[in-house]
Design a protein around this ligand. Structure first.
Ligand code: PXG
Length: 447
């Protein structure tokens, strides 16, 4: 029997797919039309049928340095053999301190204390709890309200969902936590901008309006992604983040950057904070921290925040921040993170992105003028093509484009009315060409 025929024999039947209730997936369609990946190496996924697919989304924005990196695999294999688990409550594993020091070194100056979580969603909720508790300890317990942004995504837990600004992620779940939203920054006059748009810095002034409405004495923090990813790659207009920072400073409001997607190289800099020249008080991380291979998130805070907890902690043996996860600083995740950050630094990954992104920008904008294409946005190695929608079914065409691309050996993401791209940092120009050739054909073939 040929290899291909053997692979087909192993294909699961419909019934065997039923039990896995898949996340963020149309389960009924998927189970009738499954796409199953069995291995990955470098920039490519291999499907159960034995086809290779270029990973144009770096997993889910997390494997920027490519799949199957031997340095990370070795560290994880050695790590799990040496220490499979040890708690981080009252006891610490040796690698956790190394990872924290490394994260401190890599993140912008002033972000010095690292709290570990399991994911980006946990990191968002940890950051929000940290912000409220900080103000309470400063004697300003009325500062409880949060401000997010329309089209923002901060994971799926109740806090992150509430500050998030994607309606479809909220409407089924009832009351969340109190939160208001800044407007998003996708302006019609900025369509087809290359990199940061020129128009829209004044949208940051809506923060002043929300302060006037609630009073700063009731607001704990503003949380935004420096550049939003899954909300459709929304790039901050020039000067916008600096203005948010200035308004937060003026009113004593904490600024939280969710860098789950922008952290570790995607923008062509180590972090979005570096790319846009604005440092938050708290930064959340996940995905690229381990290059996606083991779940791990982190919240990095300023010294002022950490010291406030220490000063108000009571007796020295008291827990200053009653919060944490069984798997906070899991030793195997720590081994993965250390190895991933080592590769990130030694192989100048952020620079690789900076070098390739002008080509990516040039090629993505070649799609302008194709039918259905109403906007193209890009920054670093992130891009989105906004697709003209059917009334009431904004996701239909992007979904069809995603499926057509997959059939042609290309993985792109459909999200809302956009097709999103986040190719690996190690992609070649030829691979970028192929990505856009397939994408262009798929868009044109879609009704
Ligand atoms: N913040 C941001 C900015 C994210 O992009 C999270 C928080 C949550 O992380 P976890 O690890 O809990 O998933 C994310 C996650 C997409 C997509 O379609 C992106 C994410 C999740 C699901 C889908 O691009 N990002």
């Amino acid at each position: 029997m040929s290899e291909h025929a053997e692979a087909l024999q192993d294909m699961p039947n419909r019934e065997s797919l039923e039990a896995f209730w898949m996340p963020y997936t149309g389960n009924r369609y998927f189970k009738d039309n499954p796409l199953i990946v069995t291995s990955a190496q470098g920039c490519y996924l291999t499907t159960q049928e034995g086809n290779t697919v270029f990973d144009g989304l770096s997993g889910l924005w997390c494997c920027g340095m490519g799949h199957g990196r031997p340095e990370i695999i070795d560290a994880v294999s050695k790590g799990i053999q040496t220490l499979d688990f040890s708690p981080s409550f009252q006891v610490g594993n040796d690698l956790a301190f190394k990872v924290a020091n490394k994260v401190k070194d890599l993140t912008p100056e002033g972000l010095d204390y690292v709290f570990f979580t399991n994911s980006g969603s946990d990191a968002a909720d940890t950051a929000l709890k940290m912000a409220r508790a900080y103000w309470r300890q400063k004697g300003q317990g009325t500062k409880t309200r949060f401000i997010g942004r329309a089209r923002g995504y901060h994971g799926v837990n109740y806090g992150g969902m509430s500050v998030g600004g994607i309606g479809a992620n909220r409407k089924l779940y009832g009351q969340g936590i109190e939160a208001d939203h800044l407007p998003h920054t996708c302006l019609p006059e900025n369509r087809f901008s290359k990199g940061q748009p020129e128009q829209g810095v004044e949208l940051a002034d809506s923060l002043e309006d929300l302060v006037a409405l609630h009073d700063a004495s009731n607001i704990a923090a503003v949380i935004v992604e420096p550049m939003s990813g899954s909300g459709g790659v929304v790039i901050p207009p020039k000067g916008y983040l600096n203005k948010l920072r200035a308004i937060c400073d003026k009113h004593n409001i904490l600024l939280i950057f969710d860098e789950v997607i922008t952290g570790f190289g995607r923008t062509g800099h180590a972090f979005g904070a570096d790319a846009f020249g604005v440092t938050p008080d708290i930064m959340t991380l996940a995905k690229g921290l381990t290059n996606g291979c083991i779940p791990m998130g982190a919240v990095v805070s300023s010294s002022e925040i950490y010291q406030t907890f220490m000063q108000n902690g009571g007796s020295e043996f008291n827990t200053e921040f009653p919060h944490g996860y069984t798997y906070s600083a899991h030793p195997v995740a720590c081994a993965a993170a250390l190895a991933a950050m080592d590769v990130f630094e030694k192989q100048n990954m952020a620079q690789k992105v900076a070098d390739l992104s002008p080509y990516f920008e040039q090629q993505i904008h070649q799609l302008k003028g194709l039918k259905h294409v109403v906007d193209i946005r890009n920054f670093g190695l992130a891009g989105a093509i906004e697709i003209d929608s059917f009334a009431n079914e904004p996701t239909k065409r992007p979904f069809e484009i995603f499926r057509r691309c997959w059939e042609a050996g290309m993985f792109v993401r459909c999200g809302g009315n956009t097709v999103q791209l986040a190719p690996p940092f190690i992609s070649t120009k030829e691979q970028i060409d192929e990505l856009f050739n397939v994408l262009s054909d798929s868009i044109v073939a879609t009704n």
